[in-house]
Design a protein around this ligand. Structure first.
Ligand SMILES: [Zn+2]
Length: 358
């Protein structure tokens, strides 16, 4: 079968690899659609970051090259001898966590903060940018009949945004600020809309992404290069400040802006991944009792809840998928487009190994 495998920075190849039967509690999934994620792009440009390189990975024992892709949907075509909840023909969405099942967090079912957290699509010869993928049934979810495979492939990024609302103690009727209208920012805006936000204020520099934010449910978009964001949020909230804010850009400017936008005791949730340090005087928290908290992946019932919200139509992400490409052309048409001059116009590129789906 074909699989897109990451060797090292800027070296991604569509290789022909052996077919492997599912073992133990693994299901074998025929991939329909797989999204390309920001973390895939980081890996492609600057890896190995999430992939093991030459050092065997803690859980899988694998080294590079590894098969990429972790945002996908598909159909079960075979099951291992110990599988209990799936059969051939089931439509499925994997929750792509690879964990040790052993650390104190895993023992409390808090897999997203596992000491050895890693992801399907970075650490083994299984991933979604391939024709088939074997994965433990523990982290596979059933997909409703009425849900399209395209929607199934965006459940993973939606769940990242959805989970961050829980971390930020969001409640219906609150006002939220979201910095960034890329895939995770839009997932956050869509989740806020679905769960009854009173007012959603997006912060996004001038680009087509401002329109994506409005289409997804933002009430207003502020441009940090043009608007006094903090003053404007105060004005929009009757002087109180926002209840909660979400940082999805990894920009120091937005980090500080959001903290100043929220009310005392409010929450700033950091969903972005950072490659550099920032400077902050802790007094800005001491004197306001504001909370700055991190959010990683998804846990508990997040996947099931997102699947139900998407399936019912309550959760909508208009314009989320901006391009569809064939697996054979994933390097040029997928990674090339997302790292080229047109990248800001893209939200999510979906990849399929099946030409008949295009
Ligand atoms: Zn663990």
């Amino acid at each position: 079968m074909k699989a897109a495998r990451f060797y090292t920075a800027k070296d991604l190849r569509v290789d022909v690899v052996p077919d492997e039967a599912p073992k133990g509690d693994e299901v074998r999934i025929q991939v329909k659609w797989c999204g390309i994620c920001g973390s895939d792009l980081h890996e492609f440009l600057d890896g190995p970051i999430f992939t093991p390189g030459d050092t065997p990975q803690y859980v899988t024992g694998c080294t590079n090259p590894v098969t990429m892709g972790h945002e996908f949907s598909g159909v079960v075509v075979a099951v291992g001898p110990d599988v209990k909840n799936f059969k051939v023909g089931d439509r499925v969405i994997p929750e792509p966590l690879v964990v040790d099942y052993d650390c104190p967090s895993c023992q409390k079912n808090e897999y997203n903060v596992c000491e050895h957290l890693s992801f399907l699509g970075f650490v083994s010869n299984n991933g979604g940018l391939a024709e088939y993928c074997n994965f433990t049934e523990k982290f596979v979810h059933h997909m409703p009949d009425e849900m399209s495979f395209e929607d199934g492939a965006i459940v993973e990024p939606l769940a990242v945004g959805y989970h961050s609302l829980k971390v930020g103690h969001f409640e219906a009727g609150q006002t939220a600020v979201v910095a960034g209208a890329g895939p995770i920012g839009l997932a956050t805006i869509a989740s806020l809309k679905a769960l009854g936000a009173k007012q959603i204020i997006a912060v996004q520099r001038k680009s087509v992404r401002q329109q994506y934010a409005l289409n997804t449910g933002a009430d207003i978009v502020l441009d940090p290069n043009v608007d006094d964001v903090v003053a404007k949020v105060k004005e929009l909230t009757g002087g109180a400040g926002a209840d909660v804010a979400f940082e999805t850009t990894s920009s120091e400017q937005c980090f500080h802006l959001l903290r100043d936008c929220i009310k005392p005791h409010g929450y700033e949730v950091i969903t972005s991944i950072w490659t550099s340090n920032i400077t902050m005087n802790p007094n800005v928290l001491v004197l306001t009792e504001k909370n700055i908290v991190g959010s990683i992946c998804y846990s508990g019932n997040d996947f099931e809840e997102v699947i139900a919200l998407l399936s019912s139509g309550k959760l909508k992400v208009p314009g989320y998928v901006t391009k569809k490409v064939l697996l054979d052309k994933v390097l040029e048409d997928g990674f090339g487009t997302l790292t080229g001059p047109d990248k800001k116009a893209q939200v999510k590129i979906l990849v399929t190994p099946d030409e008949s789906l295009l």
